[in-house]
Design a binder for this molecule. Sequence first.
Ligand SMILES: Nc1nc2c(ncn2[C@@H]2O[C@H](COP(=O)(O)OP(=O)(O)OP(=O)(O)O)[C@@H](O)[C@H]2O)c(=O)[nH]1
Length: 479
Amino acid sequence: MASSVGSLSAPAKPASHEKILEEWKQRNATQDGKKDISVVVVGHVDAGKSTLMGRILHDTGMLSDREHNTNARASARLGKGSFAYAWALDASEEERERGITMSTAHAHFNTTHRAYTVLDAPGHRDFVPSMISGAAQADVAILVIDAKDGAFEAGFGPRGQTREHVLLLRALGVRDVVVVINKMDAFDFSPQRYYQIVDELKPFFETAGFDLKRIQFVPCAAHAGLNVSAQSEDCHFADWTDGKKIPTVLDVLDTLEPPARDVDAPLRMPLTNVFRGQTAIASGIAAAGRVVSGLIATGDRLRVVPGDEVATVRALEQDSESVPWAVAGASVTAYLSGIDEIHLAVGSVLCPPSQPIALSTNLLVQLLVFDPTYPILAGSVLSLHHHSLDLPCTIVDLVSTIEKPSSTATGASGSTAAAGSAGKKKRKPRVLGKGATALVRISVQSPGVPVEVNRKDLARVLLRLQGETVAAGVVVESS
Ligand SMILES: Nc1nc2c(ncn2[C@@H]2O[C@H](COP(=O)(O)OP(=O)(O)OP(=O)(O)O)[C@@H](O)[C@H]2O)c(=O)[nH]1
């Protein structure tokens, strides 16, 4: 069982939060239990994200042979046999029909030392907001690259999603990325192709502000299951390193460290989904999301922000199991009573009634500007993304900007260079240029956004304009 949840044998009446924290800290100190990590899977459309996850779920026992065989038969009937593994995550009829992921799917699997919650984000550019919502909840990321001839080049090209996804990950605070170079079967597992891709990606990661020590590369062929959980005689990865074993995707995932969890802070649980659920665990109004800070326990009375409604947690579900409590880092579904569904929405935050999160309509944001097609000026109306919330905002004032220095303009991204490095500072610029860092005032409509400037997880925002992510940043002041 994951280290952030209580056991099923806990009493119906919850222990005090102090006792829960004590138990959780003790468990962590003795390394009893697996560490919880949430991972978002990103990459250009058709790179093989869902196939890789389906394969991982199968190899870790979360998708049975029977379920997989059913998917294989049904997908073959539609002439889409190659999507059999992807169907484990692409569950809706439209997704299966079109062969693409449209919403972010949730699944769970365990490696030897870790309990993973996986968010399989869509690769298609029309669904970037879902990807943002997935990445905002993630501790680490898997970036899937299609190694096929022309496919890597298209994905990494100007219209490809590889670049945008890497920049978004960095902007959303993800620091560890496992780059899975997939479809290596199409190149007969050629080390030349693999290292060519690695060599092109590395400078881009560096320019985007990642620490290369935290970027790990793994070759695989997800569809055939090569180097996902085990190597096989058919793949020649072993030959590349004089017989020394190349780590598999699961080997690498098993070594990632979760970030420190803010368990002592008040509960903050932004909702990613609200629905009427009926499972073996509970039924009724269900609110799913990630515990960003603090802890949640059955019996808790919680305030829903925005609004002043209070609900009671009747039951909690994590990894399809009933749990009495969960702490920061866990993705859970809370079954609520004493509240009407209309008071809950995607983007609402569950908080203790005595310490609700504040809502702000005026934000001072430190921004990193990507490569906008349309100019960003004072008065521009954009959409602001904060966790799963997405609402219109207006740029009220361009306070200052530091233009991208020309020496970094050659970065592989061509879009965001080393932010903050010695560029020229300009007060009251007329427009925000590509690659600039800027301080801007933004207003959003009432009731506002639940941001907390002292907590990075809750201070990050992204700005989009006409279906394109144009800037990312951190709120430094809010009112
Ligand atoms: N040759 C080869 N094809 C693969 C491999 N992995 C996946 N594919 C194929 O690539 C196609 C797309 O796979 P998906 O898993 O749906 O890709 P995706 O990245 O999840 O797609 P979106 O979510 O829509 O962006 C399918 O036809 C897969 O069978 C692989 O290792 N080798």
